[in-house]
Design a protein around this ligand. Structure first.
Ligand SMILES: NC(=O)c1ccc[n+]([C@@H]2O[C@H](COP(=O)([O-])OP(=O)(O)OC[C@H]3O[C@@H](n4cnc5c(N)ncnc54)[C@H](OP(=O)(O)O)[C@@H]3O)[C@@H](O)[C@H]2O)c1
Length: 186
């Protein structure tokens, strides 16, 4: 059986030629698989992450497929880096058909970033929120966020995000994914 996501999703016949797509966190994992799938369907892809070597490898794979691809590096613990990413996206595209907010992860050490919030909430929620806000008038199609079932056990606690987080890695992860989700529990 094929493990290609576009075949598993039954969309291998969809023609994405000319569609302009940004996938954050596409140097590995789910984002990388989505980038390659969309490239095979014909989309032009902006690949994002911190690891330039891994990003270059994804761009090379996309180029081999025949897609147009560019890597843009941005660390999501930096507000300025997210704004730079948004500016690059505007320079590289004349409108976005798809913004996929996928970058994120589980951080064992819940350090506090220069925004004064835990790294998990910053990377998984605030930076995607900022990128979306910066690009909102540039997106002509859809905005997709990679969610997680881990949000189900969390309780939204916006007042508690400032300062050192009392949450463990998994609690912080679940909370960040709840913040990304449209469903709320309180
Ligand atoms: N794997 C699962 O079972 C699962 C389940 C549900 C949801 N998810 C969600 O799916 C998304 C992708 O996860 P994955 O499993 O594919 O993980 P992954 O393979 O570790 O990929 C994470 C991606 O996010 C990027 N990233 C991480 N920290 C970053 C930072 N500070 N600044 C910029 N980019 C950063 C990484 O880029 P660099 O390494 O280049 O920085 C990488 O491209 C995440 O949002 C995760 O919460 C995963």
């Amino acid at each position: 059986m094929s493990s290609r996501p576009e075949q598993l999703a039954g969309v291998e016949g969809v023609d994405c030629t000319g569609k302009q797509v940004v996938i954050t966190g596409s140097t590995s994992g789910i984002g990388r698989a989505a980038a390659l799938a969309l490239g095979r369907l014909g989309a032009d892809v902006i690949v994002h992450g911190r690891d330039a070597a891994a990003g270059g490898e994804v761009v090379d794979r996309l180029t081999e497929i025949g897609a147009t691809a560019t890597f843009v590096q941005a660390d999501f613990t930096s507000t300025e880096a997210v704004r730079r990413l948004a500016r690059r996206v505007r320079e590289e595209t004349d409108g976005l058909d798809l913004l996929i907010n996928n970058a994120g992860g589980f951080f064992r050490d819940e350090t506090v970033t220069d925004l004064g919030v835990g790294i998990t909430f910053h990377v998984n929620h605030l930076s995607p929120y900022l990128l979306t806000a910066e690009l909102l008038d540039h997106v002509e199609g859809r905005i997709v966020t990679t969610a997680s079932a881990a949000h189900q056990g969390a309780v939204l606690d916006i007042d508690g995000v400032r300062g050192p987080s009392p949450k463990t890695g998994m609690e912080a992860y679940s909370h960040s994914k709840l913040a990304n989700s449209s469903s709320r529990r309180s």
